[in-house]
Write a protein that binds this ligand. Sequence first.
Ligand code: T1G
Length: 694
Amino acid sequence: MVAITEAVSLEKQGEIGMLWIDNPPVNALGFPVRKGMADGIDMAMKDDTIKALVVICKGRTFCAGADIREFGKPPQAPHLPDVLKVFDQATKPVIAAIHGTAFGGGLETALSSHYRIAVPTAQFGLPEVKLGLLPGAGGTQRLPRLIGPEKALPMIATGNPIGAAQALKEGVIDEIAEGDLAEAAVAFARKVLAEKRPLRQVSAMTEKVEAARKTPEIFADYRNVLAKTKRGFEAPEACVKAVEAAVNLPFDEGMATERKLFEGLMRGSQSAAQRYYFFAERQVAKIPDIPKDTPLLDIKKVGVIGAGTMGGGITMNFINAGIPVTLVETKQEFLDRGIGVIKKNYDITAAKGKMTQQAVDQRMGLITGTTKMEDLADVDLVIEAVYENMDLKKEIFKKLDAICKKDAILATNTSYLDVNEIAAQTSRPEFVIGLHFFSPANVMRLLEIVRAAKTSKTVLATSLALGKRIKKIAAVVGVCYGFAGNRMFAQRKRECDKLVLEGALPAQIDKVIFDFGFPMGPFALYDLIGLDLGWSKETTTSDSIRDLLCEQGRFGLKNSKGYYNYEKGGRKPLPAPEIEQLIIDFSKKKGFTRRDISDEEILQRCIYPIINEGAKILEEKIAVRPSDLDVIWINGYGWPVYSGGPMFYADLVGLDKILAVLKKFQAEQGDDFKPAPLLEKLVKEGKNFSSLNT
Ligand code: T1G
């Protein structure tokens, strides 16, 4: 074994060269790897005793892509496209031996080899588009040549991976390796030599791309798909352009087009935001005072109290992860209804072919329904998911403290209430925590873990690990009204409610926020959530637009009328002139002189207070770092990842500009816009929020 660089070595197994890459944790194609690959293949081609070369990785995966940490720094030769050109033009057979995730530059390395062999669990993907980029080392030119543009397009423009079986079927790989990968790769290389197989350059394959010249409509069709699924993103369109180049241009010209498109995206703010988000999503799990080796509690069985919308969705997260759930309700009819909704959700998924009936039955078999809280005596974690009433929650936690094992975690799913106050009802405050799921709990990836004053490090670490186990993105927040996400969301809600009184109407506000990149505008969202949430006939005041709507029986999407009208069973908000008139009349009754309000003012008043509240949350140490707030907003509220979340976006806009606008609004409208001291401090010091992302 000869060390080429600290990350690459060359070994000979008889006449087969083995180019080993060893760059933990994911064999990213950083400089030491690229240099080692270039020198290693050069050495192998010059060594007459080597008749074929296998490129293979140590550790848990084949190269998972370029080293994203190198982006934004001056590029360092040898550049990956140049290294892979040497692979492509090698004078002896080059075989890529793949395990783990051959992603991005890793898959491009494999595509530049002549043959590919992989273990059955290997995955193949070009996720660059998720970083706001596109494959920049020939992936957009080679994959269409290998499997055809129609099949290559979705892989490149969505970044979603395929498994080994599909890769074999599509022709991405030539063989699935049984047993030891290295041994299988050597045997495969010997077979290639024995059968005198050609040096099969993917770059020279033209049949599939030339055939596609007859069906240019595949690109128009795919652009229609992107218009719906990737609204506002720049990278997917660039991916389509690059694949079009693969179809219509010779390889080298196609490569030049790919390079140009890649560099254009790399310079843009969307890629900066999405690369930032890639690390932010991983950073969120790192809590400064929680060591990596904090002992964890073993969560084998979970209790959920409340089989309503939240309790049912929460239950699904755990049974999806194979964790049995004891589901508690007050009455059998509520329990039956709740379990029926869970079953219906799975049946809908199964009907779409996304789940087998056996899997549905297996999950449903993990639910034990009961109307007795005493049945929670053997669970390791209880999640209370009853409605937002502090007295009720306190009563429940008192009972749980008496019923549950002494080391069972007692969690509340409250969205706003004081977890310290709830913990104080028990003899075990160190085992009490908030697990704030976002509705629908079986769909939304965000989980706010609310760390109470006395929550122990073990309970917090266990909750973080459990969040990962149920495939959530867990962000740790502190105790205050609304914690982080909802506390920031309340700022936007307040401004929206004011704006419609001052002169704007829901449709204008919703268009501004929709065009910014949110999945829907605030008023369409209120209709979706339900205007009657927290409203009652007994306490209604007729003194807010929400009350007036509810008093007219307009509860939103659920009964096809709210701020908007909806066709029966439809979800598309339709104009409601009668409600616009109600708003105009109500604002005049409240003494407002309505005025035209610009889209810019609407955007700034909806977005900047969110940022300002985020700064206050950081000052109060309710959140660990600004990027955690971005992770919360991207995963909990649909902030478009291509602008990075409120705090990253604030840095893009410029904190000095944000501060100036807030001060202007404060002078005009009062202290709702009073700048957070942290914002003032950062501007004074010439720093930005990213400087706090330790
Ligand atoms: N570069 C640098 N660091 C990376 C990395 C990468 N590509 N991928 C992962 N890491 C770090 C990650 O930050 C974490 O660090 C640790 O590895 C474990 O990651 C030219 C331009 C491979 C499926 O986009 O999808 O190739 O937090 O926690 O859950 O065309 O990592 O421990 O310090 O995610 O087991 C394209 C990105 C790059 C793949 C493993 N490739 N990575 O998931 O572990 S652009 C990607 C992943 C490119 C070329 C273009 C996942 C994974 P730390 P992890 P995991």
